[in-house]
Ligand binder design. Structure first.
Ligand SMILES: NC(=O)N[C@@H](CC(=O)O)C(=O)O
Ligand SMILES: [Zn+2]
Ligand SMILES: [Zn+2]
Length: 439
């Protein structure tokens, strides 16, 4: 007899990597039973093989390139990468072509993501019309649309006009939505292509100073304070930003921040080859910055990990360093890089356990944007947005084998620990043993 078609049984998993293995029964997208000797007539059984069960990951910072650059990524290919990476929700940035600055566009992105059905694709709305930095977009209309936009960002560009940023924060407060800032004072980064430091000086690359990021983080913390608004800092990259976040949080300012896997792992010594795969905004910094970012993530001064998954075409990446587009793939490698840097680093100085991984990859990002059905505890009655991780796996990244259309992974050829074994979106398996499971 065919199993009950609305039931899924996940066997032999350890929630948060703690205690003895259990089985988890899911019905109609909700966890209905957790127990050691649980069996059921389920339509589908996922053998967890002793893996770690975590809440599905939530990425606050993804570039999916649709509409406009479907030659580098689409909502469908990006959703596949997200499912394979253990994600059940992603936030698609607004710097598409056309820019996602109207409800028509943001509602389209949401609808397309739901049609693909592998991960909830939440559109991020632009703060300013066309990312032009001069006129506020219709935040309210986007927030009221079907997509219910809850995060706005001009990412790729900084909202650098302080008066405009102030107005945006005031509107955001009224709408109870989040402004996410790409912190880069553009007057300090004219022509910049790499971190301003000894490596860039040696290689003759124009420098992007830490102060370009930190001056905006400090300014926006103060603007958020006076507007009584929340502000989120995208891709924090410097030790100084960490200290500013620490200061702002101690003042009671509603500031949150993310760090990317690549800024946790890689530093500007990677530039020596002049390979543009290492070009990204903000740039790879120095190893002392990486160390400060890791410590801040462990401590909670930086709230979460976000990928800044930024696919690019070969012709935009495989060219002279100065003219190559900045950005790196991230969705399929994020968990492994977080494990490599935070759970099982080579120096043995692990700073996050699996509860901590759940916090920075799922719970905090879901809280920051206010997603009610993501980043939830693994308990009976909770939505079954789940990820099963094989903590003992190791794999060698092959950029050409990743499902993104772009191939710009800086981790190509590296051996990384841990792998996503399965991802479940509302109880439906979306990825299993490295393959996407369509509906
Ligand atoms: N991170 C990057 O280097 N690039 C991003 C834009 C951004 O996140 O600023 C992109 O859209 O390619
Ligand atoms: Zn950015
Ligand atoms: Zn980005």
């Amino acid at each position: 007899m065919a199993g009950s078609d609305n039931q899924t049984l996940v066997t032999d998993v350890r929630p948060y990597g703690e205690g003895d293995a259990v089985n988890v029964l899911i019905r109609d997208g909700v966890v209905v039973e957790i127990g050691a000797d649980l069996s059921a007539d389920a339509e589908q059984t996922v053998d967890g093989r002793g893996g770690v069960l975590l809440p599905g990951f939530v990425d606050l910072h993804t570039h999916l390139r649709e509409p406009g650059r479907e030659d580098t990524e689409t909502i469908e290919t990006g959703s596949r990468a997200a499912a394979l990476g253990g994600y059940t929700a992603v936030f698609a940035m607004a710097n598409t072509d056309p820019v996602a600055d109207t409800a028509v566009l943001t509602d389209h992105v949401w609808a397309r993501g739901q049609k693909v059905g592998l991960v909830d694709v939440h559109p991020v709305g632009a703060v300013t019309v066309g990312l032009g930095g001069t006129q506020l977009a219709e935040l309210g209309a986007m927030a009221d649309g079907v997509a219910g936009v809850r995060m706005f960002s001009d990412d790729g560009k900084c909202v650098h006009d302080p008066l405009l940023m102030r107005r945006a924060l005031e509107y955001a407060r009224g709408l109870d939505v989040l402004i996410a800032q790409h912190a880069e004072e553009p007057r300090l980064t004219v022509g910049a292509v790499a971190h301003e430091g000894a490596a860039a000086a040696r290689l003759g690359l124009a420098g992007w100073p830490r102060s370009a990021e930190e001056s905006i983080v400090a300014r926006d913390a103060i603007l958020a304070r006076d507007a009584g608004a929340r502000v989120h800092i995208c891709h924090a990259s410097t030790a100084g930003t960490v200290e500013l976040l620490r200061w702002a949080k101690a003042q009671g300012i509603a500031i949150t921040a993310e760090v990317t896997p690549h800024h946790l792992f890689l530093d500007d010594s990677r530039l020596a080859t002049y390979d543009p795969v290492n070009k990204v905004n903000p740039p790879l910094r120095e190893s002392s910055d990486c160390a400060a970012l890791r410590a801040a993530l462990a401590e909670g001064v930086i709230d979460c990990v976000a990928t800044d998954h930024a696919p690019h075409a070969d012709q935009d990446k495989c060219c002279e360093f100065a003219v190559a587009r900045p950005g790196m793939l991230g969705l399929q490698t994020a968990l492994s890089v977080v494990v490599a840097t935070m759970v099982a680093p080579a120096d043995g100085a692990g700073t996050l356990d699996w509860r901590g991984v759940a916090r920075v990859m799922s719970e905090r990002p879901a809280q920051i944007v206010g997603l009610p059905d993501q980043g939830r505890p693994i308990e009976v009655g909770e939505p079954a947005n789940l990820t099963v991780v094989d903590p003992d796996a190791s794999w060698t990244v092959d950029a050409t084998a990743l499902v993104s259309i772009g191939r710009n992974s800086p981790f190509d050829g590296m051996e990384l620990p841990a792998r996503v074994r399965a991802t479940l979106l509302r109880g439906r398996v979306t990825a299993l043993d490295g393959a996407v499971v369509g509906r």
